[in-house]
Design a protein. Structure first.
Length: 450
């Protein structure tokens, strides 16, 4: 076995549970710094670390929880090289001319690295990588201090335009003083709040956001109209696709990072098979230098079934839970395979119905957010239902929305079996820690409504 880095024998760093405070963020920043310096390893898994890591996982330096499909508790194990591969590939993308407002000389000087404003919790891979990228900037550029805000922000306060202004103004000033581009990362919910607030703070927030050289948006699907509004405000939004298993975003604006390969596989009787050449849709499989070793289970056993060896040289891939289409090398996620609803023997991809709601002119301005789920049904196996949140200034009474949603969908080309049998009006959609809609919780809410 190859000699392991010093960190592999170091005790696990286990910060106190993140509470959003600046002190708690600082504790996580220090821990991530130890990982990046090769001096420590960070455990953020949902259970205690095992006495020893499984065979093949010995050089793991970061273990993070996954918000993937339900089942046994598991965590994702990364070596340092997969984290660095992600960070450096992102920097190369930025250095190749896609970073806004920089001259060629500036790009050469910072090589795509920059000052990062952390606005996501450092307990999920997206928030971790924001901080890790700042540490990588210091390493690559030989900086004396890590280009993060000083002082670090308090993330426990409600996120709105005023809060963003308070955090972004000093961060942009620090970046300018250091001669670095400013970057940040948001989930779609945060971007929606900044673009939708019709106040002086909202206008100021959008102006400040437009000064960032890149604003990464991921963690959940970004609605097309939200993306169009952001670009209309001259905000350098970059949509990202990735997961804990891929060390964060590995596809930017539908295009894979250097070294990342996108493939489609068909699933039949539970086994993945290569799709026929020219296949348009299938389950997404990724080959990437950013891949994790695999999963660690609570009993200390490794789980690598989703990381099959696919090449004669031992190259591994990651089989995602996402259904996808690849058009001219550009990725489009259709939905999660696990989310597909089989009702009366017919399959419904809930994201198809959600996109139809988004496109409907009849529903424009009536809904703030929505989700389509499947709930048990004694006759159909599962039936399609929806949860909707009314827009704040919707001109329609909430009790009229269910009938309007169903009527609107009948005019969009959605097949009749995919039109929700019931539409439930709720105050908010349940979400997971990083901002993704919690579909399992939404299904329970819909089922409880009857």
């Amino acid at each position: 076995m190859a000699e392991l880095p010093p960190a592999a024998s170091a005790p696990w760093i286990r910060p106190a549970p993140f509470d959003g405070s600046a002190a708690s963020l600082a504790e996580h920043v220090r821990a991530i710094g130890e990982v990046m310096a090769g001096r420590g390893r960070l455990w953020l898994g949902p259970f205690d670390p095992p006495p020893t890591m499984p065979a093949g996982f010995e050089d793991t330096v970061l273990v993070v929880p996954t918000s993937g499909s339900t089942g046994r508790a598991k965590a994702v194990a990364h070596p340092l090289r997969s984290l660095l591969a992600s960070q450096d590939a992102t920097a190369r993308l930025f250095a190749d001319g896609d970073v806004a407002q920089d001259t060629d000389a500036d790009r050469t000087a910072h090589a795509g690295h920059g000052h990062w404003l952390p606005l996501l919790p450092p307990t999920h891979i997206a928030g971790i990588q924001v901080i890790a990228r700042a540490h990588r900037t210091a390493q690559v550029l030989g900086l004396e201090r890590v280009p993060l805000p000083d002082p670090l922000p308090d993330l426990s306060a409600h996120f709105d335009a005023a809060r963003f202004v308070a955090l972004a103004e000093p961060a942009l000033a620090e970046a300018a003083e250091a001669g670095l581009p400013a970057f940040t990362s948001l989930v779609p919910t945060q971007l929606t709040r900044l673009l939708g607030e019709a106040s002086g703070d909202g206008a100021r927030a959008r102006a400040l956001l437009a000064r960032f050289s890149a604003v990464l948006v991921g963690g959940a699907a970004t609605p097309p109209d939200l993306l169009a509004r952001a670009k209309g405000a001259r905000i350098a939004v970059r949509t990202t696709y990735g997961s804990s298993e891929t060390a964060g975003g590995c596809v930017y604006d539908g295009v894979p990072l250097p070294g990342v390969r996108l493939e489609l596989v068909e699933t039949e009787d539970g086994a993945e098979q290569d799709s026929e050449e020219g296949a348009e849709e299938g389950r997404l499989r990724l080959r990437s230098p950013t891949l994790a070793h695999g999963y660690v289970l609570a009993d200390g056993i490794a789980a690598t079934e989703d990381f099959p060896v696919v090449g004669p040289d031992g190259e591994r891939a990651f089989v995602t839970s996402d259904l996808a289409r690849i058009d001219d090398g550009r990725l489009r996620i259709l939905g999660r395979a696990d989310d597909v609803i089989t009702t009366g023997g017919l399959k419904v991809v809930p994201q198809d119905v959600e996109r139809a709601i988004d496109r409907s002119l009849m529903l424009r301005g009536l809904l703030a957010e929505w989700v389509v789920v499947g709930v048990p049904d004694p006759e159909w196996g599962r039936r399609v239902e929806a949860l909707v949140v009314p827009a704040d200034d919707a001109p329609t009474e909430a009790e009229d929305l269910p009938a309007l949603v169903r009527s609107a969908l009948r005019t969009t080309g959605v097949p009749s079996h995919a039109v929700p049998r019931h539409v439930h009006v709720v105050e908010a959609l349940p979400r997971l820690g990083i901002g993704k809609i919690d579909r399992a919780a939404a299904a329970r809410i819909a089922s409880a409504h009857g």
